[in-house]
Write a protein that binds this ligand. Structure first.
Ligand SMILES: Cc1cc2nc3c(=O)[nH]c(=O)nc-3n(C[C@H](O)[C@H](O)[C@H](O)COP(=O)(O)OP(=O)(O)OC[C@H]3O[C@@H](n4cnc5c(N)ncnc54)[C@H](O)[C@@H]3O)c2cc1C
Length: 473
């Protein structure tokens, strides 16, 4: 058996694990990424980056790579398949970027390799033990001794299970299917390019829906259908071509010809949240910590943002720069965010009408959702733009919020964060208060009553005093 050492083992090279590994490598942490699969399947569950994820990638100079691999820019998001506009938000990215999950992973893995870290493929974490000094991780062929282990190993996380953490939430009753289908021609009523969330879905019976999203090739679509009241006995059973063709014929007519069904997958609608995100030297992030029905296009985005929150804190802990409790703030900040997503997903499910009363509720909700304030509220939920972390009592209202990106003399504020450090925004040029803080002199701050603000590496406001106490030792 091979023996390795590292500072952090990341289990799982999905979007969460790859983003986290990038953050750690950027901070100079020796990280090993274990991935069970010998190679990426190339199949994509998620298809989008939400505005806040685009911002987060931009903070690290990664957005351009994602854009190069994207196939669409979509003007809106959706809540229960009702379009919600991002236009009212103070963001440079008021849209969803259409990009297959596999391409997000490829972009992140490419940058990771440039930082000198390779994913160890065909390496499944099988067990681990932890003690006061570290964690010993075992795979089928290797033992690795590290200071920390992070389980980014997806919804069926072996790490979470080994920690025996309760994974509780809402038991769904239904199921959904996605299939990538190439048609002979554009199906009736479908968009030929993915530009908007309007007219994507057809509700076709009590608790049932069918939708088509155009993908990157002519007449190639992501077909999604489901029934939120009925679940087949075996959720993992193969989805047959016959089942997919039947749904297409029933919804879009017998004249809608299918050329190819590339893949299809069935999934449940349970929503679950790990009771804790950290047990000693072992942490959880992404789907390992939370899973839910993929309504609103939020899961991958949540995972990438977990990684952005955890990476710099874990690096600071390892480099002895973190004050006590900084690492604990990861769970304190990110678990409520996942809880809110689980709740909005449950609300979206309820709006797929299962009774005449719920159909009436959807009709009323649809009209209400078009009011500007409702659009702003709902788009804030799914975009991640309204996420704000808890601030101390009497702190300035900007504390904990995200720094809106703005133009600078040479580029954009996001450029200052490429090294993953704290940034002190100040109207009076000053010496850096700490070696891990970059100073950015600006004529004015986005908050007119402030003359300085210390911004965390993840782009949230640490404080408006500029002091590093409580953030860096
Ligand atoms: C049908 C469907 C559609 C979706 N659509 C969207 C969408 O449009 N937008 C969106 O934001 N989200 C969407 N999601 C959710 C999104 O796919 C997930 O939230 C995302 O994959 C989570 O990323 P992750 O890295 O946390 O976990 P995963 O992507 O599950 O990655 C975990 C990785 O860990 C590896 N692994 C597992 N066990 C081990 C082990 N023991 N040792 C080593 N490696 C291991 C796995 O092989 C995998 O590569 C969708 C989900 C589904 C099912």
């Amino acid at each position: 058996m091979d023996e390795l050492t590292a500072e952090v083992v990341v289990a799982g090279a999905g979007p969460t694990g790859l983003m986290l590994a990038n953050e750690l490598a950027l901070a100079g942490v020796d990280v090993v990424v274990l991935e069970r699969l010998a190679e990426r399947t190339g199949l994509s569950k998620a298809l989008n980056l939400q505005p806040r994820t685009a911002e987060v990638l931009d903070l690290r100079g990664l957005l351009g790579r994602a854009e190069q691999r994207s196939f669409a820019t979509v003007a809106e998001g959706h809540f229960a398949m009702l379009p919600v506009s991002y236009a009212g938000w103070d963001t440079r990215h008021p849209y969803q970027l259409g990009i297959p999950q596999a391409q997000v992973e490829a972009a992140l893995e490419e940058r990771l390799a440039e930082q000198g870290t390779k994913v160890l493929r065909g390496q499944e974490l099988t067990s681990f033990t932890q003690d006061a000094e570290g964690v010993t991780v075992t795979t089928t062929t290797t033992t690795i001794r590290a200071a920390y282990l992070v389980g980014c190993d997806g919804g069926r996380s072996a790490v979470r299970k080994a920690l025996r953490l309760p994974f509780e939430g809402i038991d769904g009753r239904g199921h959904g299917v996605v299939a990538d289908v190439r048609f002979a021609a554009t199906p009736p009523g479908a968009q030929s390019e993915w530009r908007s969330m309007r007219n994507i879905v057809t509700a076709d019976g009590v608790g049932k829906y069918t939708g088509l999203i155009p993908l990157s090739e002519p007449n190639l679509y992501r077909l999604a259908y489901g029934d939120r009241l009925n679940r087949p006995a075996n959720l993992r059973a193969e989805v047959t071509d016959g089942e997919v063709r039947d749904v297409i014929t029933k919804t879009y007519g017998a004249e809608t010809k299918v050329e190819e069904i590339r893949w299809a997958s069935r999934f449940g609608d349970d929503s679950r949240l790990a009771a804790k995100y950290r047990v000693g030297r072992v942490l959880l992030a992404g789907d390992a910590a939370h899973t839910h029905f993929p309504a609103g296009g939020q899961g991958l985005n949540l995972g990438v943002q977990d990684a952005m929150n955890l990476g710099w804190k874990l690096a600071a802990q390892l480099k002895s720069k973190a004050p006590t409790n900084l690492l604990d703030s990861y769970e304190q900040e990110r678990r409520p965010v996942a809880e809110a997503v689980v709740q909005n997903v449950a609300a979206q499910s309820a709006l797929i009408p299962a009774t005449p009363e719920l159909l009436a509720l959807r009709t009323v909700f649809r009209a209400m959702s078009e009011l500007p304030e409702a659009q702003h509220y709902l788009s804030g939920l799914v975009s991640g733009l309204s996420i704000s972390y808890k601030a101390p009592q009497n702190a300035h209202p900007a504390t904990g919020t995200r720094l809106p990106d703005f133009k600078t003399r040479t580029g954009h504020a996001s450029d200052w964060f490429h090294k993953g450090k704290f940034v002190l925004l100040t109207t009076t040029p000053t010496e850096p208060p700490h070696p891990d803080v970059e100073v950015a002199a600006v004529p004015e701050l986005p908050w007119p009553d402030l003359t300085r603000a210390l911004i965390r590496p993840d782009g949230h406001v640490a404080n408006t005093t500029g002091k590093t106490k409580g953030w860096l030792t």
